[in-house]
Structure formats: structure tokens, C-alpha cells
Design a protein around this ligand. Structure first.
Ligand code: AMP
Length: 303
């Protein structure tokens, strides 16, 4: 079975919604992506934590058989992020961010990781994403995520990264900000010209769009009744999508469409609880059931 290499942030998150508040939970783009991807393939994780990183969170990764040889433990505190949601959970404000051990992080891939065929560069500085990529030999398919911060502060690095990856995943407002286009269609076409073969635009609770040459697919979002914490939904989406592609080891349009729907399914579960709470009780049967519901929801010609 193919493995998937994932790098990104590992964080202690404090999240506040109008209803609940939790401190120092396991978070970070790599944590969400790795756990979601592990439902499809074994994951090699590259990241950094501080000496205060709780043993129970390390045990959680191990429960999902995530390989931790690429996890560096440095002196100092783990990366911390805190955010607050409005009643409309699409609207989030970052309250504080402390890079801590990330400030001096220079990822070094264990020898055994270098030939991992599928790679997901979850959200961290594009320079770090590139640094990881440079150490991978002959990757088959590279997916990368990014955020508004990097579009605003390290645009040149991001543009360089685009020439080295196969698929960029970003959300709708970031897509518009990046390209200065109001139309997501025109914006995605512009990003394709900058390098990647595929672009996925996430639209939060409104689903997502997949673009490529001769490829357009609009995936619905699952109509959620039970939504507690949207943090990490995008990371779960992209991690599961990359995991599905690695598992099937095919990159035809049909497989890409299915990967996007499995990504949406994992994201929809993740928001049902804080941190990685929901994914801890998730089974492959639950995922399959939700995938079938996605299929049913998007059919409009019932014979
Ligand atoms: P998302 O909800 O997909 O935007 O991802 C939320 C996760 O991103 C949280 O668990 C945070 O720890 C992490 N995060 C927030 N800011 C950053 C940043 N600047 N770099 C890397 N990860 C971040």
C-alpha cells in the first residue's frame, strides 16, 4: 500500500464558539490532515512539537498508526493558536498565535520518508513546504494547502511553490484574494496557469469546486445539523482527499472526483465535535455510509 507524507503545523489550539470553549486541544493542519488521511493509507508525518506536548496527544497519533519518526521534539513550547467563532460559524477571528518551536524549524526528512510517493503539504509557510518537498525523491502527486497569511506576506514563495505541485487547495476568499478575481471560475483558471494541474476551491458549508484542464466538478456539502467546531475541516478535507488518491494510486478524473467527495465526508464528520473528537470514534462504515448519502444527494434524475 502507498504511504502518504504529510507536513504542516502541530498545535495546541484554544477554540471558542458562542456555546463552548476549550483550551489546549490537539490541533494544527498536519494533525487534522494526518488523522483524516489515515482512514485511507498509512501516514508519515513531518512536524515539530515542544517539550510540553502532552503524551496523550502523541498516543492519539499512534492510535491512528501515524509514523512519528519525522516528528521532532524541541526544547521550548509547542505552537499555539486560538480562535473565536461567531454565531455564523463561517466567521472566525484569530485571537492569538505563538509560533514558538516553529520559529526555528527546519524539517529534515528521515531517510525512509524520502521515497514516499504521495505528498500533502498542509498549511505552513510555503518556504517550509518547499524545504520538505526538496527532500522527496520522485514524488507521484503533490497536494498543497495554503492560507491568507502566506498570500499576503510570502507571495513570491507561494508562487514558486505552485510551479512544483500538482494540486492546490484553498478556500473561496483566499482564491479571490490571491488572484484579485471575483469569479471563482476565472480565479481558478488563473491559478492553473501559475503551475498546478488541479485546483480545489473549498466553499465551507457550500461544498467545493475541482478544476483542471477539461475538468470541472462541483461537490455538494453535507447538510449538517450537528455542528460544534469547524476548526480543521479544510485540513481533514485535503488530507482525506490525498489519502484516497494514494490508496487508489490513480489520478484519472473519476478518481479525483471521488477523492473530493471522500474529503468532504471526512470534513463533515470533523465539525461534529471539538478538536479530533469525532474522528476518534469514526469507522470506515460511517465514512462509506456518508459517501453514499453524498451520492444520493447529488442525483437529480431519479428513474
Ligand atoms: P483550518 O480550520 O483548516 O483553517 O485549520 C485550523 C488549524 O490551523 C488550527 O488547528 C491551527 O492550529 C492551525 N493554524 C492556524 N494558524 C496557522 C498558521 N499560521 N500556520 C499553520 N497552522 C495554523
Amino acid at each position: 500500500m502507498n504511504r502518504l507524507l504529510i507536513t504542516g503545523s502541530i498545535a495546541l489550539d484554544s477554540v471558542k464558539t458562542p456555546i463552548e470553549e476549550h483550551q489546549d486541544m490537539l490541533g494544527g493542519s498536519a494533525s487534522y490532515a494526518a488523522v483524516a488521511a489515515s482512514f485511507f493509507v498509512p501516514v508519515n508525518m513531518v512536524g515539530i512539537v515542544g517539550s510540553d506536548f502532552p503524551a496523550e496527544y502523541r498516543a492519539l497519533y499512534e492510535k491512528f498508526s501515524i509514523d512519528l519518526d519525522g516528528l521532532e521534539v524541541a526544547d521550548g513550547p509547542t505552537f499555539r493558536w486560538s480562535g473565536e467563532y461567531e454565531w455564523d460559524l463561517n466567521n472566525r477571528r484569530t485571537l492569538s498565535i505563538a509560533l514558538n518551536v516553529f520559529e526555528t524549524f527546519l524539517p529534515k526528512l528521515p531517510e525512509a520518508y524520502r521515497e514516499t510517493p504521495y505528498v500533502f503539504l498542509a498549511n505552513i509557510a510555503p518556504q517550509l513546504q518547499m524545504h520538505v518537498l526538496e527532500q522527496v525523491t520522485r514524488p507521484k502527486f503533490i497536494v498543497a494547502d495554503t492560507m491568507d497569511l502566506w498570500i499576503e506576506t510570502t507571495r513570491d514563495d507561494l508562487m514558486e511553490l505552485l510551479t512544483k505541485i500538482d494540486c492546490l487547495v484553498l478556500n473561496d476568499s483566499e482564491t479571490r484574494e490571491f488572484t484579485k478575481e471575483t469569479s471563482l471560475i476565472k480565479a481558478a483558471r488563473q491559478i492553473l496557469k501559475w503551475g498546478p494541474k488541479y485546483v480545489v476551491v473549498k466553499k465551507g458549508e457550500h461544498g467545493c469546486l475541482l478544476f483542471g484542464e477539461d475538468l470541472f466538478f462541483s461537490a455538494p456539502a453535507y447538510p449538517l445539523e450537528d455542528i460544534h467546531d469547524p476548526t480543521g475541516a479544510g485540513d481533514c478535507f485535503a488530507g482525506a482527499m490525498a489519502g484516497y488518491l494514494a490508496k487508489h494510486d490513480r489520478l484519472d478524473h473519476d478518481t479525483l472526483r471521488r477523492a473530493v467527495v471522500y474529503g468532504s465526508a471526512l470534513a463533515s464528520f470533523n465539525v461534529e465535535a471539538f478538536s479530533l473528537g469525532r474522528l476518534q470514534s469514526l469507522t470506515p462504515e460511517h465514512i462509506e455510509e456518508r459517501y453514499q448519502l453524498f451520492k444520493l444527494m447529488s442525483q437529480f434524475e431519479m428513474k
